[in-house]
Write a protein that binds this ligand. Structure first.
Ligand code: SF4
Length: 157
């Protein structure tokens, strides 16, 4: 009898999709090896594209406090041109949460330092700081285990 692989959410740019704000990717071949070895099947997801933002798009960051404050309506996401993109980031975070519920996903591998996907480090006020991005914070609130990946590692095999 074959067992079904466990599905996990993965930042799409880590799997080679060119969905970064600058139209590039963060392909992490070592992560793909690790998923294969653990019998985990990646469900690729880019919250910023899912939220309706184009690629490429202006760089954006959390304005002042952090992702938890954004989720609570007390902070926002802005671009370098001071455009408010909060709604798109929140929509992307909710759709990521919905994707996890739909596929019964309880673990996510997310790209560090992104204002959406960062787990231990994100961008607030244009600076890299400790703390999660909006999607990582949203998934953690739902009980999804979020694991930060720097990206761009080569294959170990
Ligand atoms: S870090 Fe997240 S939001 Fe940014 S490109 Fe990758 S998947 Fe999309």
């Amino acid at each position: 009898m074959t067992s079904h692989p466990r599905q996990v959410l993965v930042s799409a740019c880590l799997l080679g999709r060119e969905c970064r704000y600058d139209g590039r990717h963060n392909h992490d071949r070592a992560l793909e090896d690790e998923l294969r070895a653990r019998g985990e099947q990646a469900v690729p997801f880019c919250p910023e594209e899912a939220g309706g933002l184009p690629t490429p798009r202006p760089a954006a960051w959390i304005e002042a406090v952090g992702a938890e404050a954004v989720l609570d309506g007390a902070d926002r996401l802005i671009t370098a041109q001071d455009e408010d993109v909060t709604e798109a980031f929140l929509l992307g975070a909710s759709l990521a949460a919905e994707e996890c519920r739909t596929h019964q996903i309880t673990r996510a591998y997310l790209k560090e330092r992104s204002p959406s996907c960062g787990v231990c480090c994100t961008h607030v006020g244009g600076q890299a700081v400790e703390g999660p991005g909006v999607t990582a914070a949203r998934l953690a609130r739902q009980g999804v285990e979020v694991i930060g990946i720097e990206g761009r590692r080569s294959s170990k095999t």
